[in-house]
Design a protein around this ligand. Structure first.
Ligand SMILES: Cc1ncc(COP(=O)(O)O)c(C=O)c1O
Length: 405
């Protein structure tokens, strides 16, 4: 069969595949613990549900402007003022089918084939594939010191005449680490100086712990005129637990938003009207669910860290935010795909292999589930991996016998 070169170069989304595996096993009645998930289990804000239900029952669900309904743009403008202390115009905002589509369309608007896009390792699984979808080249950059904190020198060293953009995601999926203020300041100034686009994927910026405050990239920009190449991405998926609503947005200069809107107009005609109304209600409505989710995640992070600290041979960096923890399991198995498959097969615990995020030997563990999921999940993993653990483990009334090691 004739398939395009770009089509052939794109891998399956590892995280979506794992969700599917977990769903299939669950449907068979298997006692799966899903530590691979990337979505909160809490309910979306009631305001969002009521708004969507109201519009649905009116039957008035129509096409919208390709860049989003005016009410959603206004909500994003207000959000940008509140969280970034920056006033933007409606022409600087485009709503999209999730932050994912907002990033994809931004990349399509700025990249030519062979251009290069730099992002730190570990990175969100979709960045390399999204860059490849435009015919451009992903350039993952690993911090020299083996930590999850990049430094500007590492970015600088990888810039070539083809470099067009840098993508920064902090707090970071998968490490949960928030990049230092110094690094964010450096990267904003560096990209400005070198004329590079800087895509700030801020999707987790409100889900941060230990009293931290979100870092505002605009604070370090000198040029916020129409020449600014700063693109800020956000969305409702994570902070409002509205993953299935598929609403995200981009804030950028007017010309870029115009081009992005033209592209999106021909791709999807813009996101669903129904779900845009739900997003407006979430952004403008009562915000207590965000704080509730944030506190739950902080508590879950503490439980996860306590479990991992007591797991011999495993090294984990304490996440500053998000709902992930990226732990080094290389003393047990260097091939993270093999390890993840082993854990699903033997103890029905789903994790995401680190190689998908650019780092072998690691597993991404999610703290989205219940405390019971976290504690029991890690207990099962310990049992599967620790040669000194007892030979048998009960999951409900099912007895597992370790016949490996
Ligand atoms: C870093 C990062 N950016 C963007 C997204 C996409 O978010 P959305 O559901 O709004 O498309 C995700 C989702 O997992 C993510 O982890």
């Amino acid at each position: 069969m004739s398939i395009s070169l770009i089509g052939k170069s794109i891998g399956e989304s590892a995280t979506l595949k794992l969700n599917e595996t977990a769903a299939i096993l669950r449907a068979k009645g298997e006692p799966v613990i899903h530590l691979g998930g990337g979505e909160p289990k809490t309910k979306p804000p009631i305001d969002a549900l009521v708004a969507a239900a109201g519009l649905l029952s009116s039957g008035e669900v129509r096409y919208t402007p390709a860049d989003g309904i005016p009410a959603l743009k206004q909500a994003v403008i207000r959000y940008t003022e509140e969280f970034y202390r920056r006033k933007v115009a409606p022409e600087q905002v485009m709503a999209s089918g999730g932050a994912k589509q907002a990033i994809m369309v931004a990349l399509q608007a700025i990249l030519n084939p062979q251009d290069e896009v730099i992002f730190p390792v570990p990175y969100w699984v979709s960045y390399p594939e999204m860059v490849k979808l435009t015919g451009a080249v992903p350039v993952p950059v690993r911090p020299d010191d083996g930590s999850f904190q990049p430094r500007i020198q590492e970015i600088e060293r990888n810039v070539t005449s083809y470099t067009k953009a840098v993508i920064i995601n902090s707090p970071n999926n998968p490490s949960g680490v928030m990049y230092s203020e110094e690094f964010i300041a450096d990267v904003v100034r560096f990209c400005e100086k070198r004329g590079l686009y800087l895509i700030m994927d801020d999707i987790y910026h409100r889900l941060i712990f230990d009293g931290r405050k979100p870092i505002n990239c605009y604070d370090y920009a000198e040029d916020l005129s129409e020449n600014s190449k700063l693109v800020v991405i956000n969305g409702v998926s994570k902070q409002y637990a509205m993953t299935g609503f598929r609403i995200g947005w981009a804030v950028a200069n007017k010309r870029l938003i115009e081009v992005m809107t033209n592209i999106q107009g021909h791709q999807t005609s813009g996101p669903s009207s129904l779900l845009q109304h739900a997003a407006v209600a979430a952004i403008n409505g009562v915000q207590s669910s965000v704080e509730g989710l944030r506190m739950t995640l902080e508590n879950n992070r503490n439980v996860m860290m306590a479990q991992l600290d007591a797991f011999d041979g495993v090294k984990a960096t304490k996440p500053d935010g998000t709902f992930y923890c990226f732990a080094d399991f290389s003393t047990y198995e260097k091939d993270s795909t093999k390890l993840a498959e082993f854990l699903v097969e033997k103890v029905r615990v789903v994790t995401v292999p680190g190689v998908e995020f650019g780092m072998e030997g690691y597993l991404r563990l999610s703290t989205c589930g219940s405390i019971k999921d976290i504690t029991e999940g890690i207990e099962r993993m310990k049992w599967a991996l620790d040669p000194n653990a007892p030979n048998e483990l009960y999951i409900g009334d099912r007895k597992l016998v370790r016949d490996w090691m």
